[in-house]
Write a protein that binds this ligand. Structure first.
Ligand code: NAI
Length: 462
């Protein structure tokens, strides 16, 4: 049987990207995946399918709300839900087949099945034990459960079930106003569901810039989502077709019950390493059940590394990808590096929300003196031309040095615009560097430059 330099467990964005980099660096590599298709949660039941549904329903929203304004008259499209799901499945298929092609192209063996690690240097799949010098665990995460809530993926669903509902529900209750709840809540609100989001905290998207949280909630409310904030869900009582969600208002009072046809539980995800045999191996876990690693993604057991959602840090595909490339370099004897200070976060609603670096509040809490450059998309000609003048770019910079410390954007193309700031931060840019860079007109990115100008002598169009 073949013996490998590296076996990677899990073929999500962390695992498959790591496998490709290992192969590029001349390491004999295999990847273990138990699903029928490669790509992990992100490609099969996460980022990619949700983006397909967000795109389709955004088109519907445009047709319903903006077409006539632009002189595009006629019947608005009606929704063929099963066709929309086929489109989404087709997008998944194209991506998973693409990853399979990349594995073949890079001569990476796909070992099909679920892996366990009987000992360092060995990966067991089915009855076979494969020998390897190094193991990278990239086994990802699964939705975390909520006490009193039993998921059947039909009436009470996680993000996985929410991507494949049999029909568009009349009433949907979303538990949790985090990224998953708001992205999928938006999809169903645009499809005509009455969507109520029940959130424990007083703001949407925990940890995000406060200005963005407020604006985001207001915009989503305008789009028809209802929010019940400061409400702790106590349980869900479900039948085969309906459910009742029970919550306790934080400010006190009696338990409240709301009806739903479908309940989406979006209260976070937890690291997934079941069945790997980590206990017997003596791999150290953190208190939160993540695999503990050092700064080079090594676990306490020599030859075993871990990356992505199963270790500490934000559960983001691109963070896993960066770690995947970096750990490959470490294994190949190079210097793998990830700058955790510059990892963008994006919510793919309309408008998009994107953030990077520190928030104003966090910096102020540390006693840092910061100045804020803010520019509203209302002052951006391109945004107004496409009915997307809601939102802003907010740049947070150091008062003394003018160095960019963070950025938060809510508005058109935010998920792409943020990367100008990411590159700037990697290069230690000041707001003035961005302000002095010529930006094409008319583009959304002019709003980023205007926010940078606002950190100096002032924005032009505000
Ligand atoms: P989350 O951690 O972002 O949000 C969960 C929300 O549920 C929190 O606001 C929390 O206060 C609330 N909550 C928890 N228990 C509750 C209760 N009993 N009653 C009411 N509210 C309650 O988790 P989410 O949205 O499930 O996402 C999971 C992970 O997946 C996150 O790390 C996220 O970053 C990642 N993800 C990222 C995406 C992106 O980058 N676009 C897309 C989808 C997921």
């Amino acid at each position: 049987m073949a013996s490998y330099d590296v076996i990677i467990i899990g073929s999500g964005p962390g695992g498959y990207v790591s496998a490709i980099r290992c192969a590029q660096l001349g390491l004999k590599t295999a990847i273990v995946e138990g699903r029928d298709t490669l790509g992990g949660t992100c490609l099969n039941v996460g980022c990619i399918p949700s983006k397909a549904l967000l795109h389709a329903t955004h088109m519907l929203h445009e047709a319903e709300h903006n077409f006539t304004k632009m002189g595009l008259k006629g019947k608005s499209p009606s929704v063929d839900w099963s066709q929309m799901k086929s489109y989404k499945d087709d997008v998944i298929g194209q991506n998973t087949v693409g990853v399979e092609f990349l594995m073949k192209k890079n001569k990476i063996d796909w070992i099909k099945g679920w892996a366990s690690i009987p000992a360092a240097g060995q990966v067991k799949v089915g009855d076979e034990i494969h020998q390897t010098k190094n193991i990278v665990i990239a086994s990802g995460s699964v939705p975390s459960s909520l006490p009193g809530v039993e998921v059947d993926e039909k009436v009470v669903v996680t993000s996985t079930g929410a991507l494949d509902l049999l029909k568009v529900p009349k009433k949907m209750v979303v538990i949790g106003a985090g990224v998953i709840g708001l992205e999928l809540g938006s999809v169903y609100a645009r499809l005509g569901s009455e969507v109520t989001v029940v959130e424990y905290l007083d703001a949407v998207c925990p940890g995000m810039d406060k200005d963005v949280q407020r604006t985001f909630k207001r915009i989503l409310e305008k789009q028809g989502l209802k929010f019940i904030m400061g409400a702790a869900v106590q349980g869900v009582d479900a039948s085969k077709t309906k459910a009742k969600v029970r919550y306790q208002p934080k400010k006190g009072g009696d338990e409240v019950v709301i009806d739903a046809d479908v309940v989406l539980v979006a209260t976070g995800r937890k690291p997934y390493s079941d069945g790997l045999g980590l206990d017997a191996l003596g791999v150290t876990l953190t208190k939160r059940g993540q695999i503990a690693t050092d700064a080079k993604w090594a676990t306490n057991v020599p030859g075993i590394y871990a990356i992505g959602d199963v270790i500490e840090g934000p559960m983001l595909a691109h963070k896993a990808e960066d770690e995947g490339m970096a750990v490959a370099e470490v294994i190949a004897g190079k210097h793998g590096h990830v700058n955790y200070g510059v990892i963008p976060g994006v919510v793919y609603t309309t408008p998009e929300v994107a953030t990077v670096g520190a928030t104003e509040d966090a910096l102020k809490a540390e006693g840092r003196k910061v100045k804020i450059g803010k520019f509203m998309f209302m002052g951006n000609g391109r945004a107004k031309a496409v009915h997307q003048g809601d939102g802003f770019v907010k740049l947070i910079v150091d008062v003394e040095s003018d160095r960019i410390l963070g950025c938060a954007i809510i508005g058109p193309g935010a998920g792409d615009l943020i990367h100008e700031i990411c590159v700037g931060m990697e290069f230690g840019a000041s707001a003035e560097d961005i302000a002095l860079t010529c930006h094409a007109h008319p583009t959304f990115s002019e709003a980023v430059r205007e926010a940078a100008l606002a950190c100096g002598d002032g924005a032009i169009h505000s």
